[in-house]
Design a protein around this ligand. Structure first.
Ligand SMILES: Cc1ncc(COP(=O)(O)O)c(C=O)c1O
Length: 433
């Protein structure tokens, strides 16, 4: 039976966790801090659970320097649940802004207000998606499906990166070519938000930095977009200026912890801009279901229903271990380490380009999910590559079933030692092919 030290795991998620966190987790699962009860057994409303929530929030706030006008929510449903939550909540915010405006202009005449907003929803509401890979594509499809009852063309695919890249994901075309909806608040066609996936896990495409055309610091007050980002697969791997976003979300199971808990960082003004459910219903729009309703979750301290306290505790321990390891440099330290590990791999792939072909363009290569083909996708040689890796206990390297090839996931808990073991293998294999 192999030990943890012998196996080097590069799976895309669930992903490896720091061994000391798992060792403490095993104890906490059985008997938390000598209470005689394990963490999966205690009430989610107990003082212990409340402290775990508060500690985990504090860890995230410190790591990301989250400003005080943001709330941190723990939710169910994973990244996919947030694909829906984003639509429910952000459409409601858009409607509420229009309702408030109509209310002030129409002197509170409720029939006229309803009629005006009804027309505006069909005419003016847009949801902008930057589609750079399989996950943003899925999110945009979920939005289109949820909005189908009120209109067909409300989802604006402001960018479909496949169009510039022979029908495949692997590039992020220049921002001048994006077709973002107008953002003036309150009248005419107007985007409820601009959505993007910071790191596309399947396709190995990562935004190198925050898009300039969305930067609120570079816009007039009225032009500031509400930016929503999926950071499921690169959360806590580099610094993030949270103040540029309306919402950031991610499932925990890659860089943060184990599955079961979704983290959502949301600006507080969003939470106070949800209209009365009756108004949405009168427009034929669903009000957000309670467990996906950010305002409801926030009001209940993320305990609207039973939350997995053990998973939240694990996330808190991972954050604590990052803080202990990097000290004051916090995520700058992690960013440096993630970049260094990714560089070791990409350098070998590039130096052996007749054996290995990296899929995405150089400028958008993911530091987290390194996707490449072996001998131009020769099925037999790719199998040989995977079998050879397996024989050295290098595991989890098969590319996503939808795209094939090889994928090395370089999440935070993948150690430099394991990256070096893999680097040796990449070099040895290239010598033979
Ligand atoms: C970037 C990204 N977004 C969303 C998801 C979906 O997450 P979940 O499986 O937690 O719903 C994934 C899953 O791997 C992902 O990688």
């Amino acid at each position: 039976m192999p030990s943890r030290e012998e196996v080097a795991y590069f799976g895309a998620g669930p992903a490896p966790l720091p061994t000391p966190v798992l060792e403490q987790g095993a104890k906490a699962f059985l008997n938390y801090e000598n209470t005689g009860l394990g963490l999966a057994e205690i009430s989610h409303r107990s003082p212990t659970a409340n402290k775990i929530l508060a500690d985990t929030r504090a860890g995230l706030t410190t790591l990301l320097d989250i400003p005080s006008n943001y709330d941190i929510l723990f939710m169910h449903g994973g990244g996919s649940g947030e694909f829906s939550a984003v639509v429910f909540n952000m459409v409601a915010v858009w409607v509420e802004n229009r309702r408030r405006r109509a209310e002030s202009e129409l002197n509170g005449d409720s029939d006229k207000i309803l009629e005006r907003v009804r027309q505006e929803v069909r005419r003016d509401l847009r949801l902008d998606y930057l589609v750079t890979g399989s996950w943003s594509l899925k999110a945009s499809q979920e939005a289109a499906s949820l909005l189908e009852p009120i209109g067909k063309d409300l989802v604006n695919i402001a960018l479909d990166a496949r169009k510039d890249n022979g029908g495949k994901f692997g590039s992020i075309p220049p921002e001048e070519n994006w077709k973002l909806s107008p953002r003036q608040r309150g009248q005419g066609i107007e985007s409820a938000f601009v959505y993007y996936c910071d790191n596309e896990t399947v396709d190995g495409v990562e935004f190198p930095s925050f898009p300039k055309s969305l930067d609120p610091g570079l816009q007039d007050e009225l032009e500031k977009p509400l930016v929503v980002a999926d950071m499921s697969s690169n959360f806590l791997s580099r610094r993030v200026d949270v103040s540029k976003y309306a919402v950031i979300f991610g499932g925990a199971q890659k860089n943060i912890g184990i599955t079961d808990v979704t983290l959502v960082i949301v600006r507080k003004d969003i939470l106070s801009t949800i209209p009365p459910p009756s108004f949405l219903h009168a427009l034929g729009i669903w009000s957000p279901p309670a467990i996906l309703n950010w305002a409801v979750v926030a009001k209940n301290n993320s305990l609207y229903n039973t939350m997995p306290i053990f998973s939240i505790w694990i996330a808190g321990q991972v954050m604590k271990s990052l803080l202990a390891f990097h000290g004051d440099s916090k995520l700058a330290g992690q960013e440096e380490l993630s970049n260094a590990k990714a560089k070791i791999i990409y350098d070998i792939l590039d130096a052996n380009s007749s054996t290995y072909q990296v899929v995405p363009h150089t400028s958008v290569r993911s530091r987290m999910n390194i996707c490449f083909r072996v001998c131009k996708g020769d099925a037999a040689i790719e199998k040989e590559f995977l079998d050879g890796a397996e024989s050295r206990m290098l595991q989890g390297l098969k590319g996503h079933r939808s795209v094939g090839g090889i994928r090395i996931s370089n999440y935070n808990a993948v150690s430099m030692t394991n990256v070096e073991k893999l680097a040796e293998y990449l070099k040895d294999f290239a010598k033979k092919h």
